[in-house]
Ligand binder design. Structure first.
Ligand SMILES: *[C@@H]1O[C@H](CO)[C@@H](O)[C@H](O)[C@H]1NC(C)=O
Ligand SMILES: *[C@@H]1O[C@H](CO)[C@@H](O)[C@H](O)[C@H]1NC(C)=O
Ligand SMILES: *[C@@H]1O[C@H](CO)[C@@H](O)[C@H](O)[C@H]1NC(C)=O
Ligand SMILES: *[C@@H]1O[C@H](CO)[C@@H](O)[C@H](O)[C@H]1NC(C)=O
Ligand SMILES: *[C@@H]1O[C@H](CO)[C@@H](O)[C@H](O)[C@H]1NC(C)=O
Ligand SMILES: *[C@@H]1O[C@H](CO)[C@@H](O)[C@H](O)[C@H]1NC(C)=O
Ligand SMILES: *[C@@H]1O[C@H](CO)[C@@H](O)[C@H](O)[C@H]1NC(C)=O
Length: 588
């Protein structure tokens, strides 16, 4: 392979030219094993201090080789406060399509966070406190997953420009050279259903390589585009379970959690209008004058506009029609908010650029020490190939059976916990609530909202639950709920995976369990936490006041105050300013 030749040449050059340090040295210390279903797995133990700081808690990272030139990166953490060999296993994946699960790991619910100096500090509200956690970068070419590594640089628009050898040319913008997955849309998935088999194969590989961590039930958690991935991937797992291919094992699926999900575009595009104009959000922020409001309405409901186009997509199933429909809706409906208001879609309380959640980890993951500690073959980057592949089929603009899949999971006894931060516009809770209702879980239509009770005595949201199906609204939380509400989301997660009631965590729920209360969640935060000027990049986020907190330099480091941190590094390392979701690889 040409890239190997280039790598060999580099080793010789490294001492001569420090510029070569910009490329990743491929690891030589990965163990090789064969997982279930004959999936090759290469991995290593990650040294203490690279994310998890406790020497008694092990972590492993590596790749499941699910296909030729398709290598899926995973990073596993043992549970902290439960015996790892008896703990349940939870997989977390981010959305996008094309978002790395390092977002969830470092910005939201993993064992650590990274400060502006690149130092690791512990997240005391890590979901790994109660469960073994497996973070997967999928499909291939997302994050650290790769097709095959090539030296390249990235252009302003995020395009990966492949180099003939590991020499960074003068014309490449500073800091853009590195080792990237060769971008090829045929070496990844281009729809949600097409991504399911490799996700399942990754689990087969991991569970075969690490049987001791896969004993006690399987839980799946995701957000955003996970509203597509979650239902369809888990439906696929259940289907495989029913007729196991030779060499594969049954995956005992127990829980599916989905935060701020992108389920049904037909619903969620309408929810942009509802959230912005009528009935509006709960932050007393309704900025549009009548002309903008009616433009918004017309772009959505006018003849030949967004909804008509989505319907046309549904009727024809044609890739080109679906793609154009989705792009029309994204530009003409969704983006009105960004264009007219300059607000962060993922947390409407902030103007852009929004320093929260912190993203200092992006630079951390691009240091040789960390890359070699986790056995990475590439730089940490977003790779436009996955977004492009999905875009080419209009997957974003298709409902693809997500609601039906959730219904069938509910019927087969799986706990389904939908949740949403109510300051997120991108996949906002108004639309998520409509989607939750449309699952028609038995008893859900007569269930009512209850305040969620947590150990800090603060009410962080409300829940409506019937049997094992629930919908939870989190107050004062953007798209990435665990960042904004770490304590409540850890308790929420714990209750869900233990099959307990979300309201109090005191009861194991049976099929007849119902919450009683009002049919609508009406609490209003008001605009006390809404920012009307751009928030300085050097501030931390204070989860007690739900506002920007002290600057980093004066915020104390260490476990207790970790909840008051902030960040904004170079926006979207290698991230393309997406035409629709301007946030590098955050998309949905
Ligand atoms: C890629 O990683 C190397 C370290 O292995 C680093 O020097 C380089 O700056 C990284 N490139 C990017 C674009 O982050
Ligand atoms: C999570 O685990 C860590 C390490 O065991 C511990 O220090 C921390 O208090 C735990 N967090 C919670 C919320 O119990
Ligand atoms: C992408 O990968 C496929 C399958 O390996 C290969 O046939 C094709 O030539 C590649 N495309 C490019 C542009 O390299
Ligand atoms: C939008 O609001 C209308 C009117 O209140 C309601 O009927 C509809 O269900 C809402 N849809 C969404 C997606 O929020
Ligand atoms: C609405 O649109 C007009 C242009 O037609 C613009 O001048 C105005 O500032 C916009 N803003 C809001 C928030 O309504
Ligand atoms: C904030 O909310 C108050 C009370 O609803 C309202 O009077 C005020 O106009 C709002 N401020 C802004 C800037 O929207
Ligand atoms: C934080 O940034 C602001 C400008 O964005 C600056 O005025 C202030 O001095 C900085 N504070 C610290 C402690 O660095």
């Amino acid at each position: 392979m040409a890239s190997l030749v280039a790598l060999a040449a580099t080793t010789a050059l490294t001492t001569l030219n420090p510029v070569q340090a910009q490329f990743v040295k491929p690891p030589t210390d990965l163990k090789r094993v064969i997982g279930h279903y004959n999936i090759p797995v290469r991995y290593k133990e990650v040294p203490t201090g690279i994310c998890e700081l406790d020497p008694n808690v092990k972590s492993y990272s590596g790749y499941a080789d699910v296909g030729e030139d398709q290598h899926i990166f995973f990073w596993f953490f043992e549970a902290r406060e439960v015996e790892p060999e008896e703990a349940p296993l939870t997989v977390w994946i981010n959305g996008g399509p094309g978002s790395s699960s390092m977002i969830g790991l470092f910005e939201e619910l993993g064992p650590c966070r990274i400060d502006p100096e690149g130092k690791v500090f512990s997240n005391p509200y890590s979901w790994s406190n109660v469960s073994n956690m497996l973070f997967i970068d999928q499909p291939s070419q997302v994050g650290f997953s790769y097709s095959y590594p090539v030296p390249a640089w990235t252009s302003e628009s995020g395009g990966v420009v492949v180099l003939p050898e590991e020499v960074c040319p003068d014309y490449a913008p500073a800091g853009t050279c590195g080792s990237y997955a060769y971008p090829n849309i045929t070496l990844t998935a281009n729809t949600t259903p097409a991504a399911a088999p490799n996700f399942w194969k990754t689990l087969q590989g991991f569970m075969g390589a690490f049987p001791k961590y896969s004993r006690n039930g399987f839980h799946f958690a995701t957000e955003s585009y996970g509203g597509h991935y979650g239902p369809i991937f888990n439906q696929y797992i259940e289907k495989q379970n029913k007729k196991l291919p030779h060499g594969a094992i049954k995956i005992q699926l127990e829980t599916v959690l989905i935060g701020n999900g992108w389920y049904d575009p037909y619903v969620q595009y309408q929810a942009y209008y509802n959230f912005s104009v009528y009935p509006g959000n709960t932050y007393d922020y309704s900025p549009f004058d009548e002309s903008n409001a009616s433009m918004f309405y017309n772009n959505l409901y006018g003849k030949g506009n967004c909804l008509d186009r989505l319907q046309h997509c549904k009727d024809t199933g044609d890739n080109a029609i679906c793609r154009l429909a989705d792009n029309f809706c994204a530009y003409m409906v969704e983006l009105v908010y960004d264009d007219v208001l300059g607000r962060d879609e993922y947390d409407m309380r902030y103007l852009t650029p929004d320093p929260f959640p912190y993203r200092y980890y992006e630079s951390y993951l691009n240091t040789p020490a960390v890359q070699s500690a986790i056995g990475a073959f590439t730089n940490f980057s977003s790779n436009g190939a996955v977004g492009d592949a999905f875009d080419s089929t209009g997957d974003d603009g298709r409902e693809i059976g997500t609601i039906e899949a959730l219904r069938s999971l509910v019927h087969s006894g799986v706990t389904v916990a939908m949740y949403a931060g109510d300051a997120d516009y991108n996949c906002n809770w108004l639309g998520n609530e409509v989607s939750a209702n449309s699952v028609r879980a038995p008893g859900f239509s007569s269930a009512g909202y209850r305040d969620m009770r947590t150990s800090d005595g603060v009410c962080h949201g409300q829940v409506k639950q019937a049997g094992k199906f629930s919908f939870t609204r989190f107050y004062e939380a953007g798209h990435e709920v665990p960042f904004y509400q770490p304590l409540a989301s850890l308790e929420f997660f714990t209750r869900a995976i233990q099959g307990r009631d979300i309201e109090s965590g005191k009861h194991i729920v049976g099929p007849s369990y119902r919450t009683e209360g009002p049919l609508k969640s009406t609490y209003r935060e008001g605009n006390g936490t809404v920012q009307f000027s751009v928030t300085p990049a050097n501030l931390t986020y204070d989860v007690i006041t739900n506002k920007p907190g002290a600057p980093w330099s004066v915020a104390k480091s260490g476990g207790e105050t970790m909840i008051k941190r902030s960040f904004r590094g170079p926006r979207g390392v290698g991230g393309r300013p997406s035409k629709r979701r301007g946030l590098g690889f955050r998309f949905r």
